[in-house]
Design a binder for this molecule. Structure first.
Ligand code: SF4
Length: 257
């Protein structure tokens, strides 16, 4: 089994480890991965581009969603959450804010009890329309894999000049109304040892959590094949130990091993 790409705008529903019964929405191309990061663990493989002219239109996203939700309703299917994920970073779509407004309308019409979640790598939070849209959804799940810049550069391989400090400043503007997600792993990449569970890493990460003060934290590890070789999962026991330290700050944590 290798890494994979989603081949449609709307995919699933699938039983998500973290979110329940989830219908995915992919705002990126169906034949390539477009992202501002090139994470060494990304289940979609290596990044092909940072931007692309071939993104689905706002109208086609709305129509695909309406069609699928109408079908699910007719078939009596359950739905917990509509999740923006897919082949890269959803917030880079130029119509992201409009698409979120459409999705709220469509959700309210077909499945008013379902939540809307966005999984984002936190690199477009300098854009006020992106922040405003993320504040409208039920679960804005924003990535921070390390509080140390050198580790961040190896793990996430940012394609732009963003730093941990800038990301943290941007996360603080949510005033706690965000869910922070961190993937823990260890291994080697290009001959360099990497471990974002080391005492130094966890202590800096906890300091930043204290500053960001998210309403929840999600900690998880690798679940599928990764583009880089020599990466290891972190055990559920270790994730729980990390989670206890987050709980000690008064922040609820979800652990997915
Ligand atoms: S931010 Fe997400 S989509 Fe982008 S490279 Fe990392 S894991 Fe993949």
């Amino acid at each position: 089994m290798g890494t994979f790409l989603f081949d449609s705008i709307v995919f699933g529903p699938v039983k998500s480890r973290r979110l329940g019964i989830s219908l995915g929405v992919n705002l990126l191309p169906t034949n390539s991965k477009v992202c501002s990061f090139d994470c060494i663990y990304c289940e979609c493989g290596w990044t092909n581009a940072v931007s692309s002219g071939k993104l689905p239109t706002r109208q086609s996203v709305r129509e695909s969603l309406e069609e699928k939700l109408a079908e699910m309703l007719e078939d009596g299917e359950d739905l917990d959450v509509i999740t923006f994920a897919g082949n890269g970073e959803p917030t880079l779509h130029p119509d992201f804010a409009g698409i979120i407004n459409d999705t709220i309308e469509v959700r309210n019409h077909f499945f008013p009890d379902a939540e809307i979640a966005v999984l984002s790598n936190s690199t477009y939070l300098h854009k006020p329309d992106v922040v405003k849209a993320l504040l409208k959804v039920d679960q804005n799940i924003l990535k921070l894999d390390s509080g140390i810049d050198a580790t961040f550069r190896i793990l996430n391989q940012p394609k732009t000049k963003v730093t941990v400090e800038q990301i943290v400043e941007n996360l603080k503007q949510f005033k706690g109304n965000l869910i922070l997600q961190t993937l823990f792993l260890r291994g080697t990449y290009k001959g360099v040892a990497i471990d974002n569970t080391s005492p130094e890493e966890i202590s800096r990460w906890l300091e930043l959590l204290n500053e960001i003060n998210p309403k929840e934290v999600m900690v998880y590890t690798i679940a599928r094949d990764t583009p880089a070789e020599n990466l290891e999962r972190v055990s559920v026991d270790e994730l729980r130990q990390i989670a206890h330290r987050v709980e000690a700050l008064g922040i609820p944590v979800q652990v997915t091993g």
